[in-house]
Design a protein around this ligand. Structure first.
Ligand code: GTB
Length: 217
């Protein structure tokens, strides 16, 4: 059964691959699972038909036969569990990879999202100039810790895993901010993720939705 995922009809990131269909596409490409995409507009996402799939009226969703999922992390985990390539076979290594998935989404991403939210939603507030450096310091704190742990390794725990996939995707939100660039090993880590053929295929496919030009494959 070919899974169907949902993605923005017109992503606000203009095809930079920052919307959350990107990690799902990337995971599907890593494991070699073909998939179909149903594009949805902002208004369609809030209609009852879509809310039956996603209680919060968002993308991405994932349908596979009679299974219907939402939450990009849960979808990536489902794909990683059902196919070889994203989680190690060894039980302890697998548990560590899953730990990194949670770390990406619940420890590293929140301060990054808090900074973004301030930049998009609070720029006109009188306290914005004072608050932004505080939020940026929180991001730097997390990156410093992650950078120390990664050291000069290629991936977080030996081989590339779903934990790296989600962590790279989270860190990509900081590209061009000057913050990520302060951690040479993390920048190189992100570049390694982006250099993976599966990443490139996923990126090109979501970009093609924005440009309207089919990806070259
Ligand atoms: N926790 C959920 C998950 O991981 O799946 C969060 C899903 C989510 O935030 N979806 C967003 C959405 O549908 C799109 S990805 N928003 C519409 C709404 O809530 O009404 C978040 C996103 C959007 C845009 C950018 N961007 O432009 O850079 C980046 C990320």
């Amino acid at each position: 059964m070919t899974p169907i995922i949902t993605a923005f009809e017109r992503s606000p990131d203009r095809g930079q691959g920052l919307a959350r269909d990107m990690p799902v596409r990337w995971a599907l490409e890593e494991v070699g699972q073909p998939y179909n995409v149903r594009l949805v507009s902002f208004s369609e996402m809030k209609e009852s038909m879509h809310r039956a799939l996603h209680p919060f009226g968002q993308i991405p969703t994932y349908q596979e036969g009679d299974l219907s999922l939402f939450e990009s992390g849960a979808i990536v985990f489902h794909i990683a569990e059902r196919h070889a390539g994203l989680l190690p076979d060894d039980a302890n290594a697998r548990a560590r990879a899953i730990t990194w998935m949670f770390a990406a989404l619940t420890t590293v991403e929140p301060p990054i999202v808090a900074r973004e939210a301030a930049m998009y939603l609070e720029r006109d507030k009188s306290w914005y100039e004072e608050r932004l450096p505080i939020l940026e310091d929180r991001v730097r704190g997390r990156l410093a810790e992650l950078s120390r742990r990664l050291g000069d390794a290629d991936w977080l725990d030996d081989a590339f895993s779903a934990g790296d996939l989600l962590m790279v995707q989270v860190l990509r939100r900081l590209k061009g901010s000057g913050i990520l660039e302060g951690y040479q090993n993390l920048s190189a880590y992100v570049a390694r993720g982006e250099a993976r053929p599966a990443y490139k295929r996923a990126f090109d496919d979501q970009l093609a939705v924005f440009t309207g030009k089919p990806s070259a494959r």
